[in-house]
Design a protein around this ligand. Structure first.
Ligand SMILES: Cc1cc2nc3c(=O)[nH]c(=O)nc-3n(C[C@H](O)[C@H](O)[C@H](O)COP(=O)(O)OP(=O)(O)OC[C@H]3O[C@@H](n4cnc5c(N)ncnc54)[C@H](O)[C@@H]3O)c2cc1C
Length: 321
């Protein structure tokens, strides 16, 4: 039986949520690939992470100690190569993150494996893996296959899959030793960014999101109050953040947050660019308001209203005084 190898991402002893999304991706194709799912934890502090990775469908945890505990691209690349040599996986899933993209291409190039980066969907055609990613600056979606490649290495875009949550247990935990490697870089320490997450939009069930179509900054304040009265959380598209009208923590989309828990999404004056839609793919019901009847947002909306945002906001103000 072949294997799907998920490489966990962790920092300072904390598992990064994208790891659980990779597990979902692995479980989605395991049957067609007739593969076991193995999760590798490379680096220090692995013991503390294993409980969170004891998930249904996971067959084995692989612990790969490295000479230094902090993330180090050369160590991860060497560990990844050693894991592939030892387990000969059909598919290797790595987060498309700052860490992931610093070692995944090296693993693929060294081993001559198939490789695709920033993948947002996976499927199989028989025993063949097909990966979807965007191209031409997000203007098109392309599907890639990997003819003749025994192992395929893929970095997965965060937010593309819902996190695996069903606890499992009892899977074997194996420690693998990897040869040391010369280090070309040195980890000097962490610099924490300014805290900005005033709210967690990814966890909200009801989001009212504003886009450039709201026209002026004063409207964000008005919609914020309205959202509060409606029991919703305020979110936005990127131009609103770029204009400094709302903090980055409110941005939905490819370079912002993914609405993973959202049941209702009211989009006000948002065109529906693919980068914004990337953060909305798990939303249950979208209501879109836009004065352009051809706006792309209507293609994902269950209910659409061709109207001026200001007029709708005035109506809602009367309904939610
Ligand atoms: C690498 C990369 C990453 C990106 N990441 C993100 C991301 O994470 N999130 C994100 O949102 N964007 C992201 N973008 C930007 C994205 O491409 C779009 O530019 C952005 O989503 C557009 O935001 P918008 O819909 O608010 O504005 P616009 O595209 O300008 O749309 C405004 C809409 O409002 C409508 N409108 C105007 N006036 C009114 C009115 N009075 N009443 C009703 N409707 C009105 C218009 O018809 C239009 O459809 C990214 C881009 C790149 C290149």
């Amino acid at each position: 039986m072949s294997a799907i190898l998920v490489i966990a991402e962790h920092r300072r002893g904390v598992l990064r949520p994208v790891t659980l999304e990779l597990v979902t991706a692995a479980l989605a194709v395991r049957e067609e690939l007739r593969a076991r799912v193995e999760i590798a934890i490379i680096g220090g502090g692995a013991d503390a992470l294993t409980p969170a990775l004891s998930l249904e469908g996971v067959d084995e945890l692989l612990l790969v100690p490295t000479p230094i505990d902090a993330f180090q691209p050369e160590c991860h690349a060497a560990a990844g190569e050693a894991l592939i040599a030892a387990r000969r996986p059909r598919l290797v899933l790595i987060p498309h993150s700052v860490d992931g993209i610093s070692y995944a291409p090296a693993i693929a190039a060294t081993g001559g494996h198939g490789y695709a980066s920033d993948v947002s969907a996976l499927r199989c055609e028989g025993a063949d893996i097909v990966a979807t990613r965007s191209a031409y600056r997000e203007k098109a979606r392309v599907e890639l296959d990997f003819p003749g490649r025994q192992t395929v290495v893929i970095t997965v875009r965060p937010g593309s899959f819902l996190p695996a949550t069903r606890a499992g247990g009892g899977m074997p935990v194996t420690t693998l030793a990897v040869p040391g490697v010369p280090l070309n870089s040195e980890h000097c320490g962490f610099i924490e960014p300014e805290p900005e997450a005033d709210v967690d939009v990814s966890a909200a069930e009801f989001l009212v999101a504003v886009g450039r179509g709201i026209g002026e900054q004063a409207m964000t304040g008005e919609v914020a109050q309205l959202a509060g009265r409606m029991g919703a959380t305020l979110a936005c598209s990127r131009p609103i953040v770029d204009a400094g009208w709302l903090p980055k923590s409110r941005q939905i989309g490819q370079s912002g947050r993914t609405a993973t828990n959202c049941r209702l999404y009211l989009a006000l004056g948002i065109s529906g660019a693919v980068q914004h839609l990337a953060g909305m793919k798990h939303v249950e019901t979208v209501i879109a308001v836009n004065r352009d009847p051809d706006a792309a947002i209507f293609s994902v909306a269950r209910f659409g209203l061709v109207a001026d945002v200001a007029e709708l906001v005035a109506e809602l103000r009367a309904l939610f005084p």
